[in-house]
Design a protein around this ligand. Structure first.
Ligand code: FAD
Length: 291
């Protein structure tokens, strides 16, 4: 299923994200995690590409597991900064073979110790989006940053480039994590004013340990509001309490988003079906799962 069919409706959707293993030996365990998350009946599941400790080698395989084994629509991430155009073309061919219709097209982090960009290779996600479009009939999404991408001078220059991404063929956007919903509402207003009118899926990271807060800030540069900082200060040294509070905070963010008309939410599941399951249990009348 093409995700825009879901995302253009008023229907509430909650999706989950997984990352692939570092080594092939771990693949069977990761497939079990896919099945456990699929059993929660998210609207779709995404699989990252070379992010959060996983490698790019198993993204297509896990995305195949999502849609062709567990029968949940799959969104395969694909990055280009550390890839050649030939490698990207071969991944696109694999995705076509497996009938995976949805791609989240990303630049990825700039590789260290190399002259970037390499001559004739990708510089920005917009170029990847145009290439994917030229090579197949995919539903293509991209990333956006409610607080601005860390490399951008201002949120406005970032929005100019986001507009280019949409014009290149990006049909929906998924946001970077944020911990204050007002930041998202403000971003959505600015995006709309720029003429960016594709569906925006709100990315929510349930933070369940103090270490994860540090990692999340280091990765995304996102702001931690005082209300959430107080939770980490109070419960950060008690793993069970921090997990419970983190799940409650993420749930509260999602309820507020849906109450304010943001109908599409993506949970950065971090391969933790118990955390995603606890959030979805709290939303059982808000996000009604079929089947
Ligand atoms: P771009 O859209 O190319 O933007 C990167 C920067 O370049 C921005 O500052 C932008 O304003 C600027 N820019 C864009 N176009 C131009 C232009 N024409 N001229 C000048 N500047 C320009 N990383 C992974 O490695 N694997 C993943 O699976 C992954 N999944 C992600 C999922 C989501 C929802 C998000 C939000 C991020 C994800 N990332 C992933 C991280 C992402 O790859 C990084 O944030 C990366 O630094 C930027 O990727 P992008 O696609 O947003 O890049």
């Amino acid at each position: 299923m093409r995700l825009t069919e879901l995302l253009k409706t008023e229907q509430v959707t909650i999706s989950c994200e997984l990352f692939p293993p570092k080594q092939g030996a771990q693949l069977e365990n990761y497939k079990k995690t896919v099945a456990e998350v699929a059993a929660l009946k998210p609207a779709y599941m995404s699989v990252t590409y070379g992010a959060t400790g996983g490698t790019s080698d198993y993204t297509v395989e896990l995305a195949n597991e999502v849609c062709n084994v567990n029968h949940i629509p799959a969104l395969a991430h694909l990055t280009c900064a550390s890839s050649t155009k030939e490698k990207v073309a071969s991944v696109i061919r694999e995705l076509k073979e497996k009938k995976i219709e949805n791609i989240l097209a990303l630049r990825g982090d700039i590789p260290e110790h190399v002259d970037f960009p390499l001559p004739g290779q990708y510089t920005h996600a917009s170029e990847l989006i145009a290439d994917i479009r030229a090579q197949g009939d995919f539903c293509i999404g991209g990333a956006c940053y409610p607080e601005g991408h860390p490399e951008s001078e201002t949120i406005f220059t970032d929005l100019d480039h986001l507009k280019e991404k949409v014009e290149a063929g990006c049909e929906f956007l998924t946001t970077q994590m944020f911990f204050d919903n007002n930041i998202l509402y403000n971003f959505m207003y600015k995006a709309l004013k720029k003429g960016i009118d594709v569906p925006i899926v709100a990315g929510i990271m349930p933070v369940t340990s103090r270490a994860q807060v540090k990692r999340s800030i280091a990765l995304s540069g996102c702001m931690i509001p005082p209300r959430f900082a107080a939770i980490v200060d109070r419960f950060g040294d008690d793993p069970a309490a921090m997990k419970q509070a983190g799940i409650a905070y993420a749930t509260d963010q999602i309820i507020d988003l849906i109450a304010n008309g943001v109908n599409h939410v993506h949970i950065y599941t971090m391969n933790k079906p118990d955390v995603a399951g606890a959030i979805l249990d709290h939303l059982s009348y808000i996000y009604v799962r079929e089947g």
